[in-house]
Write a protein that binds this ligand. Structure first.
Ligand code: 0FX
Length: 251
């Protein structure tokens, strides 16, 4: 069988670091090149071997590669690429339930499944036929950060075990159903604004707050009515046994 020339486009730091290490180990069995798109955050560039613009470098990509794998690539894959070569995307959420931005956040807020989906790229975001979908468990102890980390670990473990099978066409595409919802960055920004006069159950508030708690990011906030300034908040959740304090400071 002819060795596939594979292009991985990755714009996520943790995935970039691990995929680059995997590609080194694959040398000899698979011809893989790991790059980022022009929209990648600066930290990603340390882990990849260059940058390719999926629009401007389209001709070059078509002549040098015969399979494209998008791993949280932020650039939209143009039709002249996905109509001429197999293009597959790994989405950090379960499709079709959570299309779009930060899927695990909506999994917590709306009680939807969390996980990842590997799908064929077509002209609509997170819409193409599904090649593989895996759910990860989520518990009441999860925040955005812990659930997201579990999803990334599951993605990497699957890629490590299944990449050759994927590039050699070993997964059958199953069309997505029309259900599900597309979550936008604007939806996330709206969820971040907590209206102090909003009423609801404490469970809804607890879920929303932990879904927006992610170290390093200022997400959820309330507005100080006097100054107009934002006050940011996030939760820390601790495990404990029934009736027993597990927090040393609480003793
Ligand atoms: O790379 P990625 O994990 O994924 C995002 C989208 O969720 C995904 O659907 C799309 N296919 C891909 C191209 O981009 O996103 P990130 O590295 O920007 O953010 C990682 C996590 O960090 C995010 O899931 C939640 C958290 N985060 C991120 C930002 C920018 C926050 O909590 N607040 C933020 O403002």
């Amino acid at each position: 069988m002819k060795t596939r020339r594979v292009l991985i486009v990755v714009d996520n730091v943790r995935l970039a670091e691990s995929l680059n290490k995997m590609a080194v180990q694959w040398v000899g069995s698979c011809d893989v090149h790991v790059v980022c798109s022009p929209l990648a955050p600066p930290e990603v560039r340390r882990h990849v071997s260059g940058e390719l613009d999926l629009v401007c470098d389209c001709k070059r990509i078509l002549s040098c590669y015969d399979f494209l794998f998008s791993a949280h690539c932020r650039q939209i894959i143009p039709s002249n690429l996905y109509s001429a070569m197999p293009c597959v995307n790994i989405h950090p959420g379960c499709l079709p339930e959570t299309r779009g931005w930060f899927p695990h956040v909506w999994s917590i807020i709306y009680g939807l499944p969390a996980g990842f989906t590997v799908h064929v790229v077509d002209g609509i975001i997170d819409h193409g036929s599904i090649l593989y979908r895996e759910e990860v468990n989520k518990t009441l102890l999860d925040t955005s950060e812990s659930l997201y980390s579990r999803v990334l670990s599951a993605e990497l473990s699957w890629i490590k075990d299944n990449f050759f099978r994927l590039v050699n066409g070993g997964f059958s595409p199953v069309p997505q159903s029309a259900d599900g919802r597309v979550f936008s960055k604007a939806d996330f920004d709206r969820a971040c604004h907590i209206d102090l006069n909003e009423t609801g159950s404490f469970r809804d508030f607890f879920d929303r707050l932990r879904a927006l708690s992610h170290e390093g990011f200022k997400n959820a906030y309330v507005v100080d009515e006097l100054s107009g300034d934002r006050v940011y908040l996030q939760v820390q959740l601790y495990p404990g046994s029934f009736g027993v304090d597990s927090c040393e400071d609480c003793k």
